[in-house]
Design a protein around this ligand. Sequence first.
Ligand code: ATP
Ligand code: MG
Length: 194
Amino acid sequence: MGGTFDPIHYGHLVAAEEALVQFNLDKVLFMPTGTPARKTDQRVTPAEHRYLMTVIATASNPDFEVSRLEIDRPGVTYTVETMTELRTRYGGSADLFFITGADAVLEILTWKDSARLADLCTLIAATRPGYDLSPFMERPVPSGLRVETMEVPALAISSTDIRARVASRRPVRYLLPEAVAAYVSKNRLYRGDG
Ligand code: ATP
Ligand code: MG
């Protein structure tokens, strides 16, 4: 499961847990992005903070792991490169899935690499409030990418909203794990006061 995780929240965790069970996966590998290819114009929190928050959020789940692959790779992050590395690491017989939310799957189909991605993995698209997954449920997608859809309990939580809440001193409790909220507060992330 790739993401900026800026910060990680219960929407991510619920989607990962559902994928684990619905698709009978051995584990879910959380992959915080280095410099995300599609977010180069935005201010993204330093990778080390995002990595640590992801570790904190997933620590209690034995089936969740966090990878440093993308944050340790210099330059802009491309998912195809990451999937190629994972394919090498786990071997040709492993089934690889790329877990995304409904908004991200819509984007991925516009990537120039989506046909190459089709050879490497299957996409799992989780429902997300505000985004329509029905186009993927009926017909095959043009790039040949296999897309499995997955119903998850609707959580209208986003990192963007959490950052805005912290900046305007509104509550974030119950939107993300308490230990992550404590990390955010301790490191004065998202407060907008530098
Ligand atoms: P931002 O608002 O900064 O874009 P985000 O909440 O969308 O943050 P990302 O790190 O961009 O989080 O998302 C990582 C992956 O998790 C994406 O595939 C995204 O679609 C998915 N995701 C995020 N929030 C949810 C949610 N509430 N329900 C289902 N999937 C989600
Ligand atoms: Mg997002």
